[in-house]
Design a protein around this ligand. Structure first.
Ligand code: SF4
Length: 190
């Protein structure tokens, strides 16, 4: 079973609680105006990775407490992400998912299977007019944080990194998290 990814980041503190391995999946049908990652919308082949290989890389990453699925739309690849989540949870890691769907839209069997192995899901479209800073894991105020297991709770939202900068060995700058408009414009220009 394979996943189609846009990119990965082995360690981030701005995409859920603690340090996390982040996967941006490729493909999103929702096309929210103002989306920060429009390069992830197209359902085109990008970086195909086997679930088994990816799980091995994630589990071998030192110092992380979990994995985060974002995108793109994770529930468009629910079956493969469920298989990955099952593997990393077996190793004691937690699972955090950002989705553009509201929770009550996720009713298909493959959606429910992914939710069953998810600790926290942040759900809802990105709505530009409801954008605000300081929303803890959310880009716009309409989005909702759902704690699906007892591993985390609202107290984990108190000390959330808003934004992070990563510079790769080739000089590529990645801005992740929830930057304000000025910072976001800078990142897009870069
Ligand atoms: S659901 Fe997320 S990735 Fe998809 S268009 Fe909306 S903000 Fe962008």
């Amino acid at each position: 079973m394979r996943l189609n990814l846009a990119r990965t980041l082995p360690r981030s503190a701005a995409n859920g609680p603690g340090e996390r391995f982040v996967l941006w999946v490729q493909g999103c049908p929702l096309a929210c105006p103002g989306c920060w990652n429009p390069d992830t919308w197209a359902f085109e082949r990008r970086d195909l990775r086997s679930v088994e290989d990816l799980a091995a890389v994630i589990v071998a990453t030192e110092g992380i407490e979990g994995v985060t699925f974002t995108g793109g739309e994770p529930f468009a690849q629910a079956r493969a992400l469920t298989a990955l989540a099952e593997r990393v949870r077996t190793a004691g890691l937690s699972v955090f998912v950002f989705t553009g769907y509201d929770l009550d839209e996720l009713s298909r069997p493959e959606h429910l299977a992914l939710l069953a192995v998810t600790d926290v899901v942040v759900a809802g479209r990105y709505v530009e007019s409801k954008r605000a800073t300081g929303l803890a894991w959310r880009g716009s105020a309409n989005q909702r944080v759902h704690f699906l297991s007892d591993r985390y709770g609202p107290a984990d939202m108190n000390e959330v990194a808003e934004v992070e900068f990563h510079v790769d060995s080739d000089g590529t700058l990645t801005v992740t998290g929830f930057p304000d408009a000025e910072l976001l414009a800078f990142a897009v220009d870069e």
